[in-house]
Write a protein that binds this ligand. Structure first.
Ligand SMILES: Cc1ncc(COP(=O)(O)O)c(C=O)c1O
Length: 410
């Protein structure tokens, strides 16, 4: 058996060599050493069923053998060239994506992370419209670069108190508020959007939004909301950027969450599940909008052969195993709702107590062999975003364990 330094030593090294901003879940976290589809293993051999998927990433499973084999094959054949040389995997991937992307979205620029994909999408919107401003939803999360952090509404992730692009961003209340129905909250959001557009609609290049807010507590707006957003934006020539970084590739029971809303965005950003653990991301758009990104731009690693082949293998796997349907079906089992993306807020009226309780639940679930996530504006939301390959028995087992844990703790 391989020897590991163990969690205490890992923590010591993190303390010594990482930045203090790097946090971790659990009071006594395990050292994870192996993954196998919906399971991960600690250094001591303990198996955990993963209900967080590394934050919505390993949708096709940890170390999925069908995908890993193709990744490894490409790794041995050709690793990297950059886009200045011709290779096949990145063009095959772009072509393949054009078949699954909604509407006329046909062209993709490949990058390495969600932040970069959103940064590129915002750049594209500016280049296409010639305008400077952006609209974004309160409590949204779009990344760590300066521009993406500036359109991020969640205070926790606005690391720099003096954000460089703040004056370019107008925030709109999100279509959710405790005490309001989904329709009321959506109407409030739409009214604020309409007012901002009436005031200075011709200054906005784009509105960026997560179809379902992930980090802010897994918030799905009323089903009519995005159609109305799109209609208003179109009246003012403002583009809609759908940040599908958490929601894309089957998680919500459709290939993309915007499909649930019957809306085709002008630009769609993707990352996380596209590589199921290998870094690959991109922003996609129509022929017409893409034509505006014509000054030199390149990404050294974007769409490299290994990540592109992996993404192709992921798309093959999603299709062959009908993961969106599976997500829809298991989502119903998990909550009687749609898709494998669910948040459960604890003690909404006393968020600090809720946050403590969430930590206690995570801890007790870990002891029972389940990894679940947490998020939310007040960090008092239990987050369930398992690999889409999870089995019905895993969901039932987790729900039983959760019931027992909540009965103990509450
Ligand atoms: C909706 C959304 N957008 C963007 C990002 C940033 O992605 P990355 O961490 O890959 O830069 C995240 C990360 O969690 C996200 O959830």
């Amino acid at each position: 058996m391989q020897s590991y330094i163990g969690p205490e030593e890992v923590l010591k090294k993190r303390e010594q060599y990482f930045y203090p901003c790097t946090s971790y879940f659990y009071r006594n976290p395990p050292q994870l050493v192996k993954g196998e589809m919906q399971y991960v293993y600690g250094h001591d051999g303990k198996r955990y069923t993963d209900f967080f998927a590394g934050v919505s990433v390993v949708a096709s499973g940890h170390c999925n053998p069908e995908i890993a084999e193709r990744t490894a094959e490409q790794l041995r054949m050709l690793q990297h060239t950059s886009t200045i040389y011709l290779t096949q995997p990145n063009v095959d991937l772009a072509e393949r994506l054009s078949g699954v992307l909604p509407g006329e979205l046909r062209r993709t620029f490949f990058v390495n992370s969600g932040s970069e994909a959103n940064e590129g999408a915002l750049l594209l919107a500016r280049m296409h419209t010639g305008r400077r401003g952006f609209l974004a939803l309160e409590q949204g999360l779009h990344g760590r670069t300066y521009l993406t952090m500036s359109v991020t509404g969640l205070q926790m992730w606005r690391t720099d108190p003096q954000l460089a692009h703040d004056t370019d961003v107008t925030f709109i209340p999100r279509p959710y508020e405790r005490g309001l129905s989904a329709d009321e909250a959506a109407r409030r959001s739409i009214a604020a959007l309409a007012a901002a557009l009436a005031e200075k609609g011709d200054t906005f290049a784009a509105m960026i939004a997560e179809p379902i807010q992930g980090n802010a507590g897994i918030i799905a707006p009323a089903d009519w909301y995005f159609a109305e957003v799109k209609r208003l934006l179109e009246q003012h020539g403002v583009l809609l950027i759908a940040d599908e970084i958490q929601t894309g590739f089957g998680r919500t029971g459709r290939m993309f969450a915007m499909d649930r809303y019957g809306v085709t965005p002008d630009i769609l950003t993707m990352a996380k599940a596209l590589g199921s653990g290998i870094p690959v991301a991109g922003f996609a758009t129509t022929d017409v909008i893409a034509a505006s990104l014509n000054r030199p731009s390149a990404s050294t690693f974007g769409g490299n052969p290994v990540s592109s082949v992996t993404a192709l293998a992921v798309l093959d796997y999603i299709e062959a195993h009908r993961l969106p349907d599976r997500a829809e079906r298991l989502g119903e089992l998990l909550r009687g709702g749609a898709g494998l993306m669910l948040g459960a807020e604890l003690c909404a009226e006393e968020p600090a107590r809720g946050a403590k309780l969430v930590d206690d639940v995570l801890e007790a679930m870990l002891d029972r062999g389940y990894i679940i996530g947490k998020n939310g504006v007040n960090r008092n939301v239990l987050a369930f975003q398992p690999p889409l390959v999870i089995a019905e028995d895993d969901v039932r087992g987790m729900l039983d364990a959760l019931e027992a844990v909540l009965a103990e703790l509450v």
